[in-house]
Design a protein around this ligand. Structure first.
Ligand code: FAD
Length: 446
């Protein structure tokens, strides 16, 4: 995701070796025991794990997939260059702990350049057109901000004036490209309450950075939690590799996974909590990654490329935003979001890649095809371990943000990105939530 106001820019953890030797048991009668179970090893789960271990609390961290990092993951195999399949922008660089981790550990973290090219049809926008787009964009931002500041929990669709010929691009830039949702699917007040700041990039990949930060942590990989029984004094966490008993658990999976009831709770969670899983709903944001053998787009390293087009789809414009020549490589991230991204996912990876190619052909001609070496489409909406890309409040559901942050029975705590007060939908926000919840759990256990 890219920041909202910046237009032009924009592993079984144990408290000791004894616990590490505990097998995950396949018989319910003989459960492993630990102080805290952390469900999920994304940025939030990893941060909570480290914080608890630092307090001498024993932890078992369970991760369904075969790797740590969750939605922050860098792939090297697909293109031979670092490819962030999920998060790429290090938001709020000034307070982002991963910027410091990068600096301390030999990663190449650098400020995101503030360069953008805007196309209208097959030519670059004139200065006048660029100003007109900027004015239309700022007008929309002003309307959403005014509603948000006044606490109006309504959708941008109900407050943003028609932007004329810039309608689709303005809608795309603020909605799908930033919020992973269309204008009718998120709340102005939620948008207003999200914090922002300048961005950094990490040449080796944001996912690589997150994985490196957890290199000394032991996580039980390929261990899927199926249910959490909180009926007794602690919790009994059922997994596909056995049952673990703990005094408390921290659940860091996405609201998409929770809303889909992929993890059962016994007894059932309070209705309001279930409402919160649905109300702070997942948006869809995908990369169509394109590797070119030369600089066919004519842009600089990490330069944005946007284009204006009337897609005749007012609800969810069929547009993409491009981050070109990622960290000086031949990789370009052509990103789509909202309902249109989900339509592409439903149509399949080839359809998405064809879409990107045909859009680029309209601007740069058929030469695009012969310089395209390889492409990949992410399909986060179909990922059963996330069920979407990142979360935001539906119109009218903003108050449910705080519900998500309430512990259940003082032994079940939620701590994914969606539980952040002001940095939700980000890796750093997830990390900070993990640390905060670990502090609360440690206090509750005292
Ligand atoms: C395409 C895309 C682009 C993004 N861009 C940015 C960006 O540029 N900058 C930014 O800061 N943020 C970005 N984000 C958002 C960011 O990636 C997330 O906010 C953050 O990584 C979430 O961390 P988390 O720990 O809350 O959740 P996750 O990373 O989802 O971690 C939860 C973990 O739980 C695991 N899990 C799920 N179900 C189970 C189960 N039943 N049992 C055990 N484990 C389970 C999952 O496999 C996962 O590893 C992007 C996300 C996407 C998808």
């Amino acid at each position: 995701m890219i920041p909202k106001q910046d237009l032009s820019r924009r592993r079984f953890i144990a408290g000791g070796a004894a616990l590490a030797a505990l097998p995950l048991l396949s018989h319910r009668s003989a459960a492993a025991e630990v102080d805290v179970v952390v469900v999920g090893a994304g940025a939030a789960g990893l941060a909570a794990t480290r914080d608890l271990l630092g307090r001498g609390i024993s932890v078992l961290t369970l991760e369904a997939s075969s790797r740590v990092g969750g939605r922050a993951h860098t792939d090297l195999a697909l293109f031979g260059v670092p490819y962030d399949i999920g998060a790429h922008w290090l938001h709020r660089a000034g307070t982002n702990p991963f910027v410091q981790h990068a600096k301390d550990n030999g990663f190449t973290a650098y400020p995101a350049p503030d360069t953008e090219t805007l196309y209208v049809g097959d030519r670059k926008a004139t200065e006048g057109e660029h100003s007109a787009y900027t004015a239309a964009y700022e007008n929309a931002i002003r309307a959403i901000s005014a509603a948000g500041r006044r606490g109006r929990d309504v959708s941008p669709a109900s407050v943003v004036p028609d932007a004329g010929s810039w309608h689709d691009l303005v809608h795309f830039a603020i909605g799908p490209y930033e919020m992973a949702k269309d204008f009718d699917a998120f709340s102005c007040v939620d948008w207003w309450n999200s914090d922002d700041g300048s961005d950094f990039y990490c040449k080796e990949g944001y996912g690589a950075l997150v994985a490196h930060s957890a290199r000394d942590l032991d996580v039980s990989l390929s261990t899927r939690v199926t249910s959490i029984d909180w009926s007794g004094s602690g919790v009994a966490v059922e997994t596909d590799r056995g049952r673990i008993r703990a005094k408390a658990c921290i659940v860091t999976v996405s609201t998409g996974v929770l809303a889909n009831e992929d993890i059962g709770f016994v007894p059932a969670l309070p209705d309001e909590m279930v409402d919160a899983f649905h109300g702070i709903s997942m948006g869809v944001y995908d990369h169509i990654a394109l590797l070119f053998d030369e600089n066919v787009l004519g842009t600089g390293p990490d330069e944005y490329l946007l284009y204006n087009a009337r897609t005749r789809r007012k609800h969810s414009p069929a547009l993409m935003g491009l981050l070109t020549n990622v960290s000086g490589t031949g990789l370009t991230l052509a990103d789509v979001g909202g309902d249109f991204a989900m339509e592409l996912e439903n149509a399949g990876g080839e359809a998405a890649i064809d879409f990107a190619k045909s859009e680029l052909r309209k601007i740069f001609g058929a030469a695009i095809d012969k310089h395209l070496v390889k492409a990949h489409f992410t399909r986060w909406g179909h990922n059963t371990l996330t069920r979407g890309s990142y979360a935001s409040a539906l119109p009218g559901a903003y108050r449910l943000r705080s519900v998500l942050r309430r512990p259940v029975g003082e032994r079940v705590w939620f701590a994914g990105e969606a539980c952040s007060t002001d940095e939700w939908a980000t890796v750093a926000g997830a990390h900070k939530v993990g640390v905060r919840v670990a502090e609360h759990v440690a206090m509750a256990m005292r």
